[in-house]
Design a protein around this ligand. Sequence first.
Ligand code: DNO
Length: 346
Amino acid sequence: MKMTFRWYGEKDSISLSDIKQIQGVSGVVTAVYDTPVGEAWSLDSLQKYRDMTSAAGLEMEVIESVPVHEDIKLGKPSRAKYIEAYKQNIRNCAAVGVKCICYNFMPVFDWVRTDLHFRHPDGAESLAYDHSALAALDPEDLHLPGWDESYSPAELGALLKEYKGMSHEKLFENLVFFLKEIMPVCDETGVDMAIHPDDPPWDIFGLPRIICKEEDYDRLFAAVPDPHNGITFCTGSLGASRENDLVKMAAKYARRIHFAHLRQLKYEGEIDFYENGHQTASGDVDIFGIVRALVRGGCKGYVRPDHGRNVWGEQGKPGYGLFDRAMGACYLTGLFEAVEKEEGEK
Ligand code: DNO
């Protein structure tokens, strides 16, 4: 396990030296943010980021994300050129030492929350999801921090129309097509692909979502067994569905989990929840049980603390402030250390 920390590049208010000071963190998880979705990132930009991170004493072995162009998800003829660019991107990332690429296959929208400033009784703030509030949101006017939007606002309406009638089956076929195309490049470069689950793990705004539960992974690995086809095990995304047994899933897919986003949430209703600090006792996700299952299952992936609260008056990017994620990193490092030592002594 290598503990990492998300860094949004030079524009992030959190500096590389802030991250370096979180003991136990070996590297950053980042991306090139200035290139339109669908184009390969330049080696210059990648090298610049790699040099900046190594100068700060950190590694840059994980990319989150290389976004997938909507034409690939839609299975349009133009996907051929975007898949070629994606392959080039994998090669360019590998050339600067990247070992794992996180991506998602959610149509149009990335993760969705309905409240970015959910207030806790102790004064902390976190993200929250209220299913009835979602219905009141206008999908054509929705932007959340950290999204890799592969469309301009003007294209959004048209894009939503293109997805009309898209079945789960068809979307899944398009994912499999994409993976089969890129796997040879992963074999050649050694780069692991780690698909991020749909967040929340159910359809939203009438758009199909296909990476939500255990059966979805079974189907995915049956279709594309290559070991480079793996998972970003996001406990906050998968954990939003009470049907997912995360400890069981962590154990079952431990070797496929190339990257883990560990975070906590607390159910408020059947499918409403708010996010909380990482500690196991702070919510409904059994963080300890998951860490133990990952270690016992032989997971060799990268880990990062995921969404934290804003605490101590920090006005950080919602979910991505420094303090609570740093506390999360330390808590997780401690859990891994304890479980790894215990397992080692057996
Ligand atoms: C949210 C993140 C996601 C994630 C992408 C991966 O906080 O976990 O935006 O980066 O879905 O492609």
